[in-house]
Design a protein around this ligand. Structure first.
Ligand code: SF4
Length: 342
């Protein structure tokens, strides 16, 4: 679904046609142009011939036992594959986790996508199509997508322009009409991206994948830290907060014996004790033959207590979709008998 192509086809039509098309695509969630009965037959025909609604095909749909998580493997038109995940929270949130790239060049040691290498950036249409697929699925249950997070495959700020274009389409009142505050971007700390997004007139949420309070360990877990050190990232985040007055989330994967000691919690407390910072602790999700293991529950609790005692707000991400490999860091687009081969 390429909006630019659609605009070209509609170039000679009166302006209200574009509004009708956007309503059909993003609110009525049509799957083929014949369903857009408000449009004249010849226009529907022209759109069908030139502007396919979905170029990404859902090839595999996996649902967790408790029905709370649905992972979809999409085949793209060049044969590559990506994954996206819908999480149905106990409250009314219905969150779609979208991919922004096929594979990822960042190579975080704990991440299945990172082990796969980088193939290419996704177009804004390919990003939007992931969301629309779940929106159609939820519509059948009389529900809606309430949140979109860029936490799937890829580093969103390495594909800044397409990610931003997708966000604008999702946020468009005549289109999908999802509030910017319901959209979150998670980055490893690409400084240029943090600077750019602070200048956009969009109130999207920013999350930083930190995972360590010191550079030595962080560089071991995330080699990108050699370029974007913790100090540089925090300076960029402070600047972002100054401009936007928005809170920033720091994501911290709890990996057994690696980054979950009391010493690390204390160091983290020191560097993150600032008014608009908050921490999200995430239990590590084992991937393939990974050397890493998740921290024990009691260790996570202790870590959390230390942060909270120092005045930091801490949230904890629950383990969604682990058995279908739909959890954080487990997306690879390759599934063999339900297992991501990493
Ligand atoms: S965690 Fe994110 S940035 Fe790091 S390798 Fe995985 S997809 Fe890329």
């Amino acid at each position: 679904m390429d909006l630019k192509k659609i605009e070209k086809v509609l170039a000679k039509e009166p302006p209200f046609r574009l509004k009708q098309v956007k309503k059909a695509l993003f609110q009525d969630l049509i799957e083929n142009w014949n369903k857009a009965t408000i449009l004249p037959q010849n226009l529907r025909q022209k759109l069908s011939e030139n502007c396919p609604i979905s170029e990404s095909k859902p090839e595999k749909i996996l649902t967790s036992k408790n029905n709370q998580t649905i992972k979809v493997v999409f085949g793209l038109k060049d044969g590559l594959k990506i994954e996206s995940v819908l999480t149905k929270h106990k409250d009314d949130r219905r969150t779609v986790c979208v991919s922004s790239q096929v594979g990822c060049a960042i190579g975080c040691r704990f991440c299945a996508t990172g082990q796969q290498g980088f193939k290419r950036d996704l177009t804004s249409s390919e990003i939007i199509e992931q969301t629309l697929f779940f929106a159609r699925l939820l519509k059948k249950e009389k529900e809606k997508v309430t949140n979109v997070v860029f936490m799937g495959m890829g580093e969103p700020f390495m594909n800044y322009d397409n990610v931003l274009e997708a966000i604008k389409i999702l946020n468009d009142k005549e289109g999908f009409n999802l509030g910017a505050r319901r959209i979150s971007i998670s980055t490893v700390g690409i400084i240029e991206g943090i600077k750019k997004i602070s200048q956009e007139k969009l109130q999207v949420n920013l999350a930083i994948s930190l995972h360590s309070p010191n550079n030595k360990l962080r560089s071991r877990l995330m080699p990108i830290n050699r370029k974007y050190s913790i100090e540089k990232i925090l300076a960029a985040v402070d600047d972002y907060i100054k401009k936007t007055k928005r809170r920033v989330m720091f994501e911290y994967l709890m990996i057994d014996g690696v980054n979950d000691s009391e010493k690390e919690a204390e160091k983290l407390s020191k560097i993150l004790r600032k008014p608009l910072y908050f921490v999200n602790l995430i239990s590590f999700n084992p991937i393939g033959h990974s050397q890493f293991k998740p921290s024990a529950g009691w260790k996570i609790k202790k870590f959390k207590d230390i942060l909270e005692k120092s005045g930091i707000t801490v949230t904890q991400r629950y383990r969604f979709g682990r058995e279908i490999l739909a959890a954080c860091g487990q997306l690879t687009g390759r599934i063999k008998n339900g297992v991501n081969p990493v």
